[in-house]
Write a protein that binds this ligand. Structure first.
Ligand code: EPZ
Length: 431
């Protein structure tokens, strides 16, 4: 059943107050779930966000014969020690890019994997050339049959290799870090992505017997060995820096005093810097940030905000940040450097009253401050979906946001958490 969010906007008032607790990171939990395939025993995860992508990953693993159990809310156990096959379900893989990270552990363990080109948010071409190149370097053979890649490890299993990634890729770094733990010999990965979720995964795998050095930096060395052993310990999912950053932006646009708790502010330092340049009042504590809304101003002519690989400004925060820039006095530019096609949602902000001119698919100018008016909106992807929620809260009047499934893919129980701080938001069924 399709659902909508009905939001009554605040019309530019700064009135939200209270606390929003941050959950575990989607993009950490999904990868650790995939890592269950590297283990001779079952693994346990805590602080898992109750979101649609986690449920899809459960379904993908269960379809291959893994035993996935929800022990309690936010607590899961997964035993993938006796898989029946390693062919990723077509429909499920098409719904989520993260499905691609299963390919590394599956090829390492089962010596064969087949999968369709992964789906996920439509934010650019999202090729998989780095994955295919890496698997070939590990000695694997690649065929394409019936719209599926069929990859087979060499006789005797995957071999360690050295690879320089042509560009920093989060899921490619994670996939090869995991494949290499089951390969023979040493793997050296260069120009790796440095996102905190990668380090968190590496720390967990290392605690369970993997030999991984350098994760969190650009060169990672992995000494291959056998299967890992969890020994009954629990992986605690690192807090979601994108969720924290998005709610921080909401607070800067519409907060009286909003506390974002259970987060790691050092994971979104770049965003805090940009918001402060724009005049946002932010206090940073150890595991929380407190933000007070108020007038914002672009600090200088031709002010430019650019997305960047971690530790730079996350592309996943770009859409919420553009909503905020529509509310700042002055002219600013946004430059999306990671994905082409991730600014298409700005057309809807223009319909709400924003003054945004796109120069090409990656760059736009925003002239603020413009009042926004409530509209009917359809979230195009997870992050732009939440940006529309923020825009609707800032706007005057009522907005209807359809395609709430996309928001549910990445954020747990948004309406309940936002209602608690004063947002007038209701989930309704689509008639
Ligand atoms: C991860 O996607 C995240 N997804 C994305 O979050 C996030 O936006 C992105 O990293 C960047 O931070 C998951 O972790 C599941 P990339 P990923 O490979 O790994 C190009 C969300 O909403 N590339 O780091 O798919 C690619 O096209 C999502 O949670 C190749 O050219 O991103 C892009 O331009 C959206 N060839 C760049 O690399 C390849 O083989 C970086 O993408 C692989 C990637």
């Amino acid at each position: 059943m399709k659902e909508n969010f009905l939001i009554e906007g605040l019309g530019g008032k700064y009135s939200l107050s209270g606390e929003i607790k941050i959950g575990g990171a989607k993009n950490a939990a999904l990868k650790v779930m995939a890592s269950s395939i590297l283990f001779e025993d079952g693994i346990r995860l805590g602080n898992v966000p109750e979101i649609e992508d986690v449920y899809r990953m459960n379904e993908l693993l269960s379809d291959m014969g893994a035993k996935v159990k929800k022990e309690a809310p936010h607590k899961y156990s997964i035993d993938a020690s006796a898989l029946k096959h390693s062919d990723l379900d077509y429909q499920l893989s098409k719904r989520m890019r993260a499905s691609i990270v299963l390919t590394g552990p599956l090829l390492g363990r089962r010596k064969k994997v087949s999968f369709p080109h992964p789906g996920g948010c439509v934010i650019g071409a999202r090729p998989i050339d780095l994955f295919l190149e890496g698997f070939k370097k590990m000695g694997a053979k690649i065929k394409v049959k019936d719209k599926r890649y069929v990859i087979t490890a060499p006789e005797g299993g995957l071999r360690g290799m050295e690879m320089f990634f042509g560009l920093q890729s989060v899921t490619a770094t994670e996939t090869f870090m995991m494949a290499a733990t089951l390969a023979k010999g040493k793997t050296i990965l260069k120009n790796c992505a440095m996102e905190p979720e990668i380090k968190s995964l590496a720390d967990y795998l290392s605690a369970c017997g993997a030999k991984i050095k350098g994760a969190g930096g650009t060169t990672i060395e992995i000494e291959g060995g056998g299967l890992l052993k969890s020994g009954g310990g629990t992986y605690e999912t690192v807090p979601d820096r994108i969720e924290a950053g998005s709610f921080l932006i909401l607070g800067a646009c519409a907060g009286k005093k909003l506390s974002i708790t259970n987060c790691r502010p050092e994971h979104f330092e770049a965003l805090i810097g940009v918001l402060r340049e724009l005049g946002a009042k932010i206090e940073v504590g150890k595991n929380k940030v407190v933000v007070r809304g108020g007038p914002l101003k672009v600090p200088e002519p031709e002010y430019q905000v650019k997305t960047h690989e971690y530790p730079g400004l996350a592309t996943d925060l770009q859409a919420p940040l553009v909503v905020l820039l529509t509310q700042a006095e002055g002219e600013s530019r946004i430059h999306e450097t990671i994905f082409e096609g991730r600014l298409a949602y700005t057309q809807d902000l223009v319909k709400m009253g924003a003054n945004i001119t796109m120069w090409d698919s990656n760059r736009a100018t925003i002239k603020g401050k413009t009042p926004l008016r409530g509209k009917e909106l359809e979230g195009p992807d997870i992050r732009a979906g939440l940006a529309f929620v923020i825009a609707a809260i800032v706007a005057e009047g009522r907005s209807i946001i359809s395609n709430v499934y996309l928001i549910d893919r990445g954020y747990e129980n948004v309406e309940k958490r936002l209602s608690a701080v004063g947002v007038k938001i209701k989930r309704t069924a689509n008639r």
